[in-house]
Design a protein around this ligand. Sequence first.
Ligand code: SF4
Ligand code: SF4
Length: 359
Amino acid sequence: MNAPVQMRKPKETGVPDNKKYLHPLLAKNYGNWKYHDRPRPGVLHHVSHSGDEVWSVRAGTQRQMDVYTIRTLCDIADKFAEGRVRFTIRSNIEFMVSEEKKVAPLIAELEKHGFPVGGTGNSVTMIAHTQGWLHCDIPGTDASGVVKALMDELVDEFKREEMPNRVHLSTSCCEINCGGQADIAIIVQHTKPPVINHDLVANVCERPAVVARCPVAAIRPAMVNGKPSLEIDESKCMCCGACYPPCPPMQINDPENSKLAIWVGGKNSNARGKPTFMKMVASGYPNNAPRWPEVSEAVKNIIRVYKEDARPWERMADWIDRIGWPRFFEKTGLPFTKYLIDDWRGSRYNLNASTHIRF
Ligand code: SF4
Ligand code: SF4
């Protein structure tokens, strides 16, 4: 009789232990901090129960960095900090030092190389952005380019802590928005269904994969000019762009019809209030590389009105909840249409168009 087949056991590696990468004082005092404060914008000061102190200096980066920039930052860490860095979820870099006298020279060196110090407390934080052309297969714009153009305009608000509460910004290079929720988000908006290049479908497209990918079941196999291809029910298509990765002949990006929209009021955390979903408040801005002036003006306007009108500690969503959507549109001067702020009650009709969600 054959011996029973032994199944190979999966290797569960889990999350790697980060302690070996931490600054030694952070590893030593892990979970044992007495208090922290911010001596100035961009600097966090942690004091542990053991009496150790650590100053973390936070600087903005462009997130997608070339080797030269990374070497520059590492050289700064070796010469002006204590050889350790870490990145925050919003692509800021932090340098840790154990003596207060090292803080000022470190800041001077960072600013000499063009890295602004800030992003702490009630500031406009560095914009979190999605992968863009470098790493993803469906972007409709270069999210990191929008970030660079916008942060050049907002850098003073990054360096100060003068907002009512922190302002998280994000940009997403397709409507899938893997960037998550933000107080203000700039998201690509496709305004027409994909145009199918039928000559290519038979050669490069996995038809069952692309049919399955569509969230509203708008794609069907079809024969076109005697060759296997696809067809789209345009009355169902919501122009999401999800079909493009498994089938590049589903062309959805183009300079005329791929626009940018602005969403506001999202929050991932449950600090001070529950997490919230952002809602679209402006649309149809041109995808106008390399500086995106139209969308940049609109974002600066929303930030200016929020800064003037919100009460201390109100996040964007709290402020809008208090004043109401009609006042939000009045105060920002953004034109309101019935297609904006698709709230949960209204979205019932949209969601019922999905093959996955029914209620
Ligand atoms: S937002 Fe869309 S295109 Fe951009 S990285 Fe995420 S999934 Fe890819
Ligand atoms: S764009 Fe989205 S909704 Fe339209 S056909 Fe492609 S996957 Fe379906």
